[in-house]
Design a protein around this ligand. Structure first.
Ligand SMILES: [Zn+2]
Length: 230
């Protein structure tokens, strides 16, 4: 009761604003206003098993399912959300939208389709700077929505990769090669794993993760990302 009163009081003096449109949020809204929530540019690609992401990744590994929640466009809502998630010390927004997407999947036939969520790991150096893994923040919410667990440290990352933006596609593939490891194969083996990443670009990082997860066969592999470029 006292806590509620205190929160109301703090809200009155320091109202929170919507992360994407800057409107003052109501008491029941968190981070995004309801209007922006409904205006999110969803890909809805989970409705098409043969969607673009699935085709991109399934050439390398037998995949059960692949989907991205949002479309990424420059200066759009998705960019603002990802920016807050990655650079503004805001893991909560990842968890919130993760749960929204988990709820959507759960109520659209994806109940009991996966056993365990495993996020793409950050390099320990980056994790130390950021303080959290943005993909795991999203995965935490997604796990709640899908009513399953997340194993945050299911995969570990070995060596530091330099910033990838200035490299060619082939160099990028080589750069991430063999840096992921499964921490404990017995946790992965025999499970339906849902691998989670933030934004899919070349697919090289996800491909490497799928490769090491695949070594724990029998295992079923699926992928969900927060966003995909338009
Ligand atoms: Zn808004």
């Amino acid at each position: 009761m006292l806590k509620e009163f205190w929160n109301d009081f703090v809200n009155l003096i320091f109202p929170e604003n919507c992360l994407t449109c800057n409107q003052i949020l109501s008491k029941t809204e968190q981070q995004l206003c309801v209007h922006c929530q409904y205006e999110l540019p969803e890909t809805n690609d989970f409705k098409d098993k043969n969607n673009e992401l699935y085709q991109k990744l399934a050439v390398y590994f037998p995949l059960e399912f692949a989907a991205s929640y949002l479309v990424f466009t420059k200066l759009g809502k998705t960019q603002k959300i990802l920016h807050a998630l990655k650079y503004h010390n805001n893991p909560e927004i990842g968890e919130i939208i993760g749960q929204w997407y988990g709820d959507i999947l759960y109520s659209n036939g994806f109940e009991n389709r996966f056993d365990l969520i495993v996020p793409v790991p950050l390099h320990p150096k980056k994790l130390k700077i950021r303080g959290y893994n943005q993909s795991a923040a999203f995965g935490k919410g997604l796990a709640k929505g899908l009513k399953i667990e997340q194993e945050e440290n299911g995969l570990t990352r070995q060596k530091h990769t330099d910033t990838q933006t200035k490299k060619t596609k082939i160099e990028r593939f080589q750069n991430v090669s063999d840096i992921f490891e499964v921490a404990d194969k017995s946790i992965i083996k025999g499970k339906r794993i849902l691998l989670v990443d933030d934004v899919i670009t070349t697919g090289a990082t996800i491909g490497e993760c799928l490769k090491v997860l695949h070594q724990c066969s029998p295992v079923s592999l699926s992928v969900v990302t927060i966003a995909t470029p338009q």
